[in-house]
Write a protein of this length. Structure first.
Length: 369
């Protein structure tokens, strides 16, 4: 990630992203309060989510458990859809408060909207790291990219970086669980990812502690820290229960900035005195790239696979209009992985596939070659 010129400090600056997401609820007044709080707390950037429900989940995805309770996910995403002018206004609000604007697209429509309003960087969320058409699209913008790597295996990261390249890419260690246990973060993976792929690294933290994961990440070479912000844990935002209130966010910023100025050994000693050796060691982890225990059940469900977009009948040859790369979530079954979707045009179904369900290998009679 290339911060704005006024934040470039000879590589010594930790770039801190305040994740607002959809916590504004479509209200620009609420959005400005959140951006102002992020700026006052010391963030460099305010990040949002550019939501169109059809790009994310099938309409029949059902209820999904989230930190604030179980909700009908597709309908909630529909409620959060906004026109392009809304995101232009968000960008202007960020400029007024001297913060960089960043948003997460979930498909080609939302990505093109962000390009149209002049977004200067793009963030790809963990579940979209295997959304190969989206990665191809944003790679063509030649903008700095931030890729979160939660609910991903090493092969998924490698495939994504083959598409995006590594120049001006920052890879964030992440755990796709809400909240995520701090001990699942395995922060010793950061130096490995940096050396293996030649990219800048950081962390997107969904744990509840304001300080522990972000500050330890600095000792492992993180240059970008992302964490949710809210005005109140009792708010109506999807992520409000796990987000930091402004005073907590400011404490996180202060701890991260201090860690950047002092030797790593001093930071480790400070955190060990506060949290104990066992906790610090657990958060640092083994340095092996594995799915975290809290996200294993999400693999293949939270990230993308091939789903039918209409009722498909046995004997039908598939066309690209018959399916899309969507999240499965809890009730539906996943389909084949996105990197195999190129085999589907012309393939014949051996059985019917209802709209919304994943198209699996066993649903196919023949593949077109």
């Amino acid at each position: 990630m290339a911060p704005s010129d006024h934040r470039q400090q000879s590589g010594n600056h930790i770039y801190i992203i305040a994740e607002i997401g959809t916590g504004h609820g479509g209200d620009l007044v609420a959005a400005e309060r959140l951006v102002a709080a992020a700026a006052a707390a010391g963030a460099d950037c305010a990040k949002f989510q550019t939501v169109f429900a059809d790009e994310i989940v099938p309409p029949n995805v059902g209820d999904v458990p989230l930190p604030g309770g179980s909700i009908p996910l597709y309908e909630r995403f529909r409620q959060l859809e906004q026109p392009a002018d809304f995101y232009h206004e968000l960008k202007e609000i960020c400029t007024y408060h001297d913060l960089d604007f960043l948003s997460t697209p979930f498909g080609l429509r939302s990505a093109r909207l962000l390009q149209k309003i002049g977004s200067q960087a793009i963030k790809i969320a963990s579940p979209e790291l295997n959304h190969l058409p989206l990665l191809t699209e944003v790679a063509g913008y030649h903008l700095p990219l931030i890729l979160s790597s939660g609910v991903s295996r090493l092969e998924d990261i490698e495939r994504a970086l083959e598409i995006t390249g590594t120049q001006e890419v920052t890879l964030l260690q992440c755990v796709t669980a809400y909240p995520a246990p701090a001990e699942d973060y395995n922060l010793r993976i950061l130096p490995l990812l940096q050396k293996l792929f030649g990219v800048a690294v950081g962390v997107s933290d969904h744990s509840l502690d304001p300080v522990l994961v972000p500050t330890l990440a600095v000792t492992q070479g993180a240059t970008v820290i992302e964490k949710h912000i809210t005005l109140s844990h009792d708010g109506n935002g999807l992520d409000d229960p796990i987000a930091l209130e402004p005073e907590q966010f400011a404490a996180m910023v202060q701890s991260v900035r201090q860690a950047r100025k002092e030797p790593a050994e001093q930071t480790l000693k400070r955190l060990t005195n506060e949290y104990g050796t066992a906790t610090v060691e657990a958060v640092l982890g083994s340095g092996r790239k594995l799915l975290a225990p809290s996200e294993r059940d999400n693999y293949g469900r939270t990230n993308r696979s091939v789903h039918a977009v209409r009722d498909l009948n046995a004997g039908d040859p598939l066309t690209p209009e018959d399916y899309a790369l969507l999240r499965t979530e809890k009730l539906l079954h996943p389909g084949i992985p996105p990197h195999a979707a190129e085999l589907l045009p012309g393939a014949v179904l051996s059985r019917s596939v209802p709209a919304g369900q994943g198209i699996r290998w066993k649903d196919l009679m023949t593949l077109h070659r």
